[in-house]
Design a protein around this ligand. Structure first.
Ligand SMILES: [Cu+2]
Length: 312
């Protein structure tokens, strides 16, 4: 995960002021460097491998996290041994689709900057042609823009990122992608990755304690399927479309997140036990898009914190 860091001389000057008015956040410049990697990755808990196109060799790519008002200085490298052009489209950016978001060939590097003006959770993805295939093969991730006002949201006790996407049996088969003929719909790159109930070979699941506010940053990479995101045996306490605090909604059973969209979902369990986070589109859920969250008083302190926001 990329963390904010001091990088301007102004930051030092502001530091004394900031200690006196600790709720006032100030803008920083954040360097983010990602590398397009064409690699083999497992698409299920049994270790079935597929040729994926990725940012930094991971599906989803690294979580980028900045604060509202920050300037993001982004660099994409496409190594010479790749076979395809790649690009970056940050949904948190306002830019020129032909310039900043344009493709670079193997062996090329490009840098562009943008300011993170809107708080929330946003999709990022490769937009190179054919975009449907670059997304279906795993070239996506999330950027969280924390609000400039640190009190704009109720404080989350734990945070998790789930990115929904489709996996097509033959990643070369553009026709199957255009026909929406996927094999699995998954969270974070693998079928039933966090669901030991439906797949005994799953070893991971989300964790929290009763009474804690669990914030799920949910991104739907698609490329085609909508998600009706629902916590089985729970109710979303709050839902924030695009993760903007001004979009607060209360007491929802499910909320639809379309392809290329994202939202923030807060969940509080009054008791120990399990919920299952699913897209309530059953064909999608039963092909792999289910994540179990266990509520227990014995939860590990570091669950859903720091680098554990994405369970790799
Ligand atoms: Cu790409």
């Amino acid at each position: 995960m990329f963390r904010r860091k001091f990088s301007s001389a102004l930051a030092a000057a502001f530091f004394a002021v900031a200690t006196l008015t600790s709720v006032t956040a100030y803008a920083e410049t954040v360097e983010v460097k990602l590398v397009a990697k064409e690699v083999d990755l497992p698409i299920d808990n049994k270790g079935t491998m597929a040729r994926m196109w990725t940012f930094d060799g991971q599906v989803p790519g690294p979580l980028v996290r900045v604060r509202q008002g920050d300037t993001v200085e982004f660099t994409l490298t496409n190594p010479a041994d790749n076979k395809n052009s790649h690009s970056m489209d940050f949904h948190a950016a306002r830019a020129d689709v032909l310039d900043e978001f344009g493709s670079i060939k193997p062996g090329e590097t490009k840098t562009f900057t943008f300011t993170a003006d809107y708080p929330g959770v946003f999709f990022y993805h490769c937009g190179s042609d054919p975009m449907i295939q670059h997304i279906a093969r795993g070239m996506f991730g999330a950027i969280i823009v924390d609000p400039a006002d640190e009190n704009a949201l109720p404080k989350a006790d734990r945070e998790y990122l789930l990115v929904q996407s489709e996996i097509y049996e033959n990643p070369e088969d553009l026709g199957a992608m255009m026909a929406n003929d996927w094999k699995h719909v998954v969270f974070n790159g693998q079928a039933f990755k966090y669901d030991p109930v439906h797949d005994p070979s799953a070893s991971k699941y989300l964790e929290a304690a009763p009474g804690e506010r669990v914030r799920v940053y949910f991104v739907n990479a698609g490329p085609n399927e909508f998600s009706s995101f629902h916590p089985i045996a729970g109710i979303w306490d709050k839902v924030y479309p695009s993760g903007n605090p001004l979009n607060e909604m209360t007491g929802l059973q499910s909320f639809t997140v379309g392809p290329g969209d994202a939202a923030m979902f807060d969940l509080i369990s009054p008791k120990e036990g399990a919920n299952a986070l699913v897209t309530h589109s059953m064909r999608s859920a039963l092909s792999g898009a289910i994540a179990v969250i266990m509520f227990s008083e014995d939860v590990a302190d570091d669950a859903g914190k720091g680098d554990n926001i994405i369970l790799r």
